[in-house]
Design a protein around this ligand. Sequence first.
Ligand SMILES: [Zn+2]
Ligand SMILES: [Zn+2]
Length: 345
Amino acid sequence: MKVAAYEGIRNIRVQERAYPVISPTEAIVKVKYCGICGTDLHSFLVGRQNANGLVFGHEVVGTVVELGEKVKGSNIGDRVVVGPSGSCGECFYCLRGQTNLCLHGHERTIGLSPGVDGGMAEYVKVAYPENMLIKIPNAVSFEDAVLMDTITVAFHALRVSSFCAGDNVVVTGAGPIGLSVIEFAKISGARHITALQPSPVRRKMALEFGADASLNPREEKDLTNKIAAMYGGIGAEICFECVGTPEAFLTSLTLVRKSGQVVTLGSSRQPAGVLESQITGREIDIKGSRVYTREEIKMCLDFIAQGRFVTKNILSDIISLDDIVERGFKRLETDKTLLKVAIAP
Ligand SMILES: [Zn+2]
Ligand SMILES: [Zn+2]
């Protein structure tokens, strides 16, 4: 079967691999689409440790074509989302329903964990199908379902936040996740939403997704005062930080009112240099939001099935596996009009 394997910085190569062999507890999914995630792009551009030979791809939808005889809960022919991030179903966090924090989550996540190949391939082996296969409702297309990783990250952020209907909201970054946060905040009753985004194309998209204002943070001379003035002289109730840079994080702390909340969705490894007094003095609440739970994927699939969440143009393009570098990774690096690009192997 054909796969695209990571072989170092800026080096992903399409190659032949043996069709996977499964144990009685495993399954094989024929991949319909696999999204290229920001995480994959980051690895392509700056490298990923211990990942040589790994087949990337954790945003996978497809059809179950093989099932080990002990696997329960799925049938051959099921249309499925393969995900979320792996979970064991048995640890402290899984038993509390916080499968996104599973103690064994990373080592089980396809396309990210060394040795666990992902979906940039014709077929993908699923080692823990009972925790990782989620049936797609008939009313939801594969084209929408492949966006689950993106959409549900946004939905989870809203769910773990202190957001209340009527809140004024700032969203930093109008990429696929930021735009999804905007749409969820809108349908959840935000009073006013401001998107911060340098790219004019994405600023326009932010308005289409439900933002009431869309500003270029690089052009605003005094962003903090501008946002404060927009929101009663005190700032927003809540800021969803979807850029993932130290600068964006520091800025977000200044945009919320006293006792406001900053929800971080980024995973920068650069120190941000925040002063304790900035947090204490204004009693800012900082809340991390990490991926999503299995239940939340099901909820988001239902929202789409019911027409309550509309994916609009988040899926920008579908390309072939052979074009993965030229029309996938390289284009995503430079073309900010693209939101999500998926591969059809
Ligand atoms: Zn992802
Ligand atoms: Zn667990």
